[in-house]
Each structure stands twice: as C-alpha cells, then as structure tokens.
Design a protein around this ligand. Sequence first.
Ligand code: ME8
Length: 512
Amino acid sequence: MKRNNFYITTPIYYPSGKPHIGHAYSSIFADVFARFKRNDNFNVHFLTGTDEHGLKIQKAAEKNGSDPLSYCNKISKTFKDLAIKLNLSNDDFIRTTESRHYKSVNDIWSKLIKSGDIYLSKYKGWYSVSDEAYYNSDEIIEKDGKKISSFSGSLVEWVEEESFFFKLSAWQNKLLDFYNKNENFILPVSRRNEVISFVKRGLKDLSVSRTSFTWGIKVPNNDKHVIYVWLDALTNYLSALNYPDIDNKLYKDFWPASLHVIGKDILRFHAIYWPAFLLASGIEPPQRVFSHGWILSGDEKMSKSKGNILDPLEIINTYGIDELRYYLMKEVSHGTDGNISLENLENCINSDLANNYGNLCQIVFSFIKNNCDNKILKSQKISKTDKDLFERTKKLTKHLRSDMDKQNLNSYIKSVIDISFLTNKYINDEQPWKLKKDNIEKMNTVLHTSLEQIAKISILLNPIIPIKSLEVIKALNIEPKKINLSFLDDQNILDDEVKIKNLDILFKKILN
Ligand code: ME8
C-alpha cells in the first residue's frame, strides 16, 4: 500500500432482519474516519456490505418462506438504503453472493490447501447459529435448561459432522509474534490484552466447512461441503479490491487494509482467525482492528433476538441524521459499552449542537448580516484576548490527528466542542454589539476571529455532522472541495476580507 492511502471497512452485516441502531453505530463510526482522512488529503477507500451465506441466513430465509438468494436480495437492499440514510460515504458496497467474492474465496481456499493448512476430519462440538461460531465446552453454560455460550449468551447446539479444519494451533506462536511486532494491530489496548491472553491459553484447529446445509460457497472439488461462513465473510475485504488480481490498482493501492472497524463480539474472528488465514495464505494482514463496545438497552446488547431495538430510521425522521450521528459518536465511549436513550439524545442535541456550536454560528452570522452587510475586513491589530483564544485553540487542536490515528474519537469531539465553547465565551466577553458604537476596527477583528474559529470548528466537525457543517462551510464561501486540515499545521483558513452568505438556523432546541 502506498503512503497516504487509507482503506477502511465496516463489518459486513448479516441480512437476517431489520438493521438496528447497533449496525448504524458501527457504520457511522467507520464513516467518520473515512471522512476525516479524506479531509486530511488521504486517498480513501471505504467499504461496507452484507454477509449473506451460512445457516443463520438459510434459516431466516426459510422462516420467511423464501429461497436464500431472493431473501438476501431483499434484505441486503435495506442495508444499502440504510447506508444512504446514514449518509455514509462508502466507495463500495459488497455482497458475498457476488461473483467477484466467490473468485476470491476460492483462491484463498486453494492457497490454504496448497500450504498444507487445511485437512479433512470430523467436528464434534458446540455451535451457535446466531453467532455463526464454534465454542469450546468450557465456554458453555446452562440457563433455563438451555445450553448457551457464556461469551455471547446465544443458544448453542451440538454438532457432529465431517469437516475440513484449518491448522489454527500451528499459528499460535506466529500470531503472538505478530501481535508483539505490531503493537497497535488491536485497539483499544484492553481488547488487545484480551486477545493475547486467549491465544496464550492455546488455540485449537478450526472447523472451516459444513456439510449439514447447503447455503454457502462450495468447497472447490468437494460439493458436499460449504465453506465456513467466517472464512467466506472475512475474505470480502480482499474481494472488494479485486483479489486475486493483485496487480490491479485497487489492490496495489489499498492492501493491507488500514482499519477494520468491528464490534467486540466479532473480535476473535478479526484479530485471531483473519490474520492467521492471511499469514497462511502469504498475504500481509491488516494494520489495525478497532473493536468498539456495544450499545446497550438496559444492561443488554441491543439486538433483534432480544427484541430491544431502537430503530435508526425512526430516530432520523424525528431528530435528523446529523443529530443521530453526533449523539452516537459523542455519547457512546468507543472502547466500552454505552447506554443510549431518547432523553440523552435530546439533552445532547440541546447542549452541544443547539446551545453551543449552533448558537455560535447564529450569533456571528446574524450580527454580520444585520450590521456589516455580510462583509468583514480583518484589521491588523490583535489584542491579548485574540491571541489567547488562538493559543488555546492551538493547544486543543494539537492532538487531534493523533487522537484520530488511535480512533480516540471521544477525545477528538471533546476538544472540538471545547473550542466552540471558548469561542462562544470570547464573543460574550468581547461584545461586538457594544464595539459597534465606538470601535469598528476592533469589532471587525472580533468578528473575523470568530469566523475563523467557526471555519475551523466546522471543518473539524464535518466528518461527524457532514450536512450541517457543510451548510456553514458554504455560508463562509469556502468551496467544499477545498476542505482540508492544513490549518492544523498552523495556517489560517479565511482571507483577510470575508464575504459570507446568510445562514439558516442549524439546530432547533428541543423543548420538553
Ligand atoms: O457480525 N451495539 O454481522 P452483524 C454495537 N456478519 N454494535 C453492534 C450491536 C450493538 N448493539 N449489534 C451489532 C456480523 N453490532 C458479521 C460480520 S465481518 C467480516 C462479518 C455490530 O450484522 C456488531 O458488533 O451481526 C458487528 O460489528 C456489526 O454490528 C455487524 O453485526
């Protein structure tokens, strides 16, 4: 991969039911990084899609009286539509039922056979259809007379069938070595530690094919078996770059992936199986797997099987997409789980968006419209207060790139909102409405400085609230294609003379 290229992926979603807020969270989180990197002049490739094979999907289709492919065609479209509603900036949407994906999975399988990493035997053990995961006996507990996984709480069933196995046990030390050499491969650190201690406890060979159902990619030269859905699904990240054609531009530019965003429930697959499959195939593993926590409802993960779902589309219709994006990114701490509620959403919209950033834009834009004919010429005289604001802003922006490079979005948002808070305070202290009477020169400086701050804040918030921030950016007469983060290296954004356009109210305060 060339420098300045950035390949980022969301998990590909099971089209087994309606998308929920947990799916929206994973997708928006990835989108924020894709947009941030684009604004920072990276060449970005952002992938999302649907994971359409396996028993879980076959069963969901049967329940709906449909054949699996027709069922997937229908439900995959709801995820594609959701991507549009969430305003995702994805460059591609992959479906694992596409021929480009079959080609790539077949190639990986053949490579693993050739390297001697796959052998035929018999699987005897526990399987969860809902997680599409195998569990060891010591991971199974009994609840209400039913066997469940202690890890996910999902029902498991006993399976005995002929199966191909991947020699995962042989990769234990090589994986530990890989984690050691690539300190930031798994973030946050708590998840990295979790993975390392799991691998240190010993890895068993992994069953990578099934014979008891048919909905999947057939094992090459053995029609009785379908390839285990996780070996199939993970390979999507390569298929989307036209793998196995490794000489094509997409693959050359973007592999290894820069960042796989995933939820903590699928960490084992991405942080253990995936690098092992890749190393065994002679392909470089991705650079980073970032595992976010769960969105909880009460104390439980929000999910279809638990029936405690908040519908993202309903929230978008009531509150707006930027409002939902901001709330999810700000309120849910990214490494850990977070509870969400409509009450907190409303409080967050009021405090950060309406009363802070929105208020700042409204005060400055309407004052300039009513008193300065929408034009401001910067004067050269800078006061101590102006300098102070500039210095404090600089201190807050200093760590933003490194925050984003570690997916520390909470810290990033906090700093940007602090800048907005400081600027509101600056306006209140400097009171341009009083300066209008006897110090026009200073009034102009205060207004110009405020516009410069608004420009910075809007560009920094752009990855999170792309629609509203763009309204402000356009009202500042900054061309959208000129958005970039070079001001983080100490440059100003605005010319000395600024002509602005009218700006409508950005965020309405929600009254209870
Ligand atoms: O796991 N809170 O698909 P999926 C936060 N097909 N994130 C949540 C969540 C919640 N309540 N519920 C789900 C799969 N997610 C596989 C991925 S990738 C090669 C294959 C997140 O539709 C979950 O953690 O069950 C996961 O990252 C993503 O949504 C997709 O879940």
